[in-house]
Design a protein around this ligand. Structure first.
Ligand code: DUC
Ligand code: ZN
Ligand code: ZN
Length: 470
């Protein structure tokens, strides 16, 4: 006799599922990785997960993190295996890291090689952003359109860093191509000349401690670059996303441009909401743990970013997980205890704590609503980066990527709690309320109450779709 297959592979029973700002007690039925039914009572399942009394939200989408990147000094501490494990343990079910290479490397090869690094390693699904560091005629006419059509419709460019930065003519040319072919262009927006001048002044005066990192990259460096990119977006009609917006004045440039109809969005990250430049001044080289670019700012900047999250001018909340160990020959302090600020790698870990921090500090403290928590940490990123509706929401036909939250759980953050491969967390000692206790990815329970059940390599590539036919 052939056994009948159950109607659902998994039913998540009796959870409080978010519908707008309300929650509804309902069952979710998943078959073949996708949500197939949402109803008061679903039976006939191979597996039932009891979510009674708990919130059931879409899995987090972290569309800005750095894994297994080339070493430009300190080594990236996480590969796809450790990075996706850490993400899954923190309630994230999709990530979008960057395929980075040298300017002269062929784009398609860079992206293909990076995709290979994920295969067999990733625990959760992933899309990929190519970073664009050159703008030759062949690249603009052929390589870039091919890439966009091929499932890489979300690109990143830089206005600073000697190895990556593009000049205005190249940026304009790339935006024109992106507008025609329907790609999103993510921009690291800081004025390179301002930073170079200030850095030289500070180092010349012997002002080398980590806190001078923030002085070398003031908010005006960010706001100038955002203003320029907004103008270019207005001119070309391209859709742009300013990544890691850190300052009030930076966000104001985005808000002003949006008000006149420019297709520009802002992303921010937990570090800009919860840490300040005072952290750079901690004892000894403790400040190195807090060095990222753009740098941490002030309480006033934090308030502007929280207001932007609540009012909609910040669209996306990502980790910008840039993992470096402190110790060791490849770590942040590889130049020794006297390291100058310009010798310390910029980047903070955050993949695992991104969701818990926003849930606790944003939603449970009343700074944002539950609907805003979901939009900022999942749906908006999926939509803007071309992976919705498969990712980023709970909907019939979408992937069964769900996170069950225990709203009552209180956790003190310690390094031991986390699964990334760094040796510290900038959030050590912070009290967090609410925790993503169960992570379900395409209908499979991959993390449950601290136990990792999913297997490395189960994660799949998700193509990022262009907005318009080209
Ligand atoms: N920009 C990023 O997006 N991540 C890390 C450092 C940086 O400058
Ligand atoms: Zn950046
Ligand atoms: Zn980044």
């Amino acid at each position: 006799m052939i056994a009948q297959r159950a109607r659902f592979d998994l039913v998540v029973r009796d959870g409080m599922v978010a519908v707008g700002d309300a929650t509804v007690r309902i069952d979710l039925g998943i078959r073949d990785g996708c949500v197939r039914a949402i109803a008061e009572r679903l039976e006939d399942a191979t597996q039932i997960v009891d979510a009674q009394g708990r919130l059931v939200l879409p899995g987090g989408v972290d569309a800005h993190c750095h894994l297994d990147q080339p070493n430009y000094g300190a080594a990236c501490a996480d590969d796809f295996r450790s990075g996706t494990l850490s993400a899954a343990c923190g309630g994230t079910t999709t990530i979008v890291p960057f395929a980075m290479a040298h300017a002269s490397d062929p784009l398609a090869e860079t992206v293909a090689a990076y995709r290979l690094k994920a295969e067999g390693q990733a625990l959760i699904d992933y899309a990929i952003h190519p970073t664009i560091q050159a703008a030759s005629a062949q690249m603009l006419e052929r390589d870039l359109p091919d890439l966009i059509r091929g499932g890489y419709a979300s690109l990143k460019i830089f206005t600073t860093y000697d190895d990556f930065r593009l000049g205005d003519p190249e940026i304009l040319a790339i935006l024109k191509v992106a507008a025609v072919h329907g790609a999103l262009v993510m921009v690291h927006a800081e004025n390179d000349a301002i930073i170079a001048m200030l850095k030289q002044d500070l180092l010349g005066r012997g002002l080398v401690a980590p806190r001078f990192h923030a002085k070398a990259r003031p908010p005006i460096a960010e706001s100038e670059a955002i203003h320029r990119i907004a103008s270019f977006a207005e001119l070309t009609g391209a859709e742009v996303l300013i990544v890691h917006v850190s300052s009030r004045v930076g966000l104001e440039e985005v808000t002003r441009a949006r008000a006149r109809g420019v297709s520009i969005h802002a992303e921010t990250c937990p570090q800009y909401l919860l840490l300040t430049e005072a952290d750079l001044d901690r004892d000894g080289l403790e400040g190195a743990k807090f060095m990222c670019s753009p740098p941490l700012r002030t309480v006033d900047d934090q308030e502007a970013l929280w207001a932007g999250m609540a009012q909609g001018s910040v669209a996306i909340y990502s980790s910008d997980h840039s993992p470096y160990r402190l110790a060791g020959p490849d770590g942040k302090l590889r130049h020794g205890p006297q390291s100058r600020f310009d010798q310390i790698a910029n980047g903070l870990p955050g993949l695992e704590l991104r969701q818990p921090l926003l849930f606790s500090e944003g939603y449970l403290k009343g700074r944002i609503s539950l609907a805003q928590f979901i939009a900022l940490s999942s749906t908006n990123a999926a939509e803007r980066h071309g992976i919705a509706p498969q990712k980023g929401s709970i909907a019939i036909g979408g992937d069964g990527d769900l996170v069950i939250w225990d709203q009552e759980r209180e956790t003190t953050v310690t390094r031991d709690l986390l699964h990334d491969n760094t040796d510290h967390t900038p959030y050590e000692g912070m009290r967090v309320r609410g925790w993503p206790v169960t992570t379900i990815a395409r209908g499979e329970v991959i993390v449950d109450d601290g136990r990792v059940l999913g297997v490395a390599g189960r994660g799949r590539f998700v193509p990022s779709k262009a907005r318009t036919a080209s």
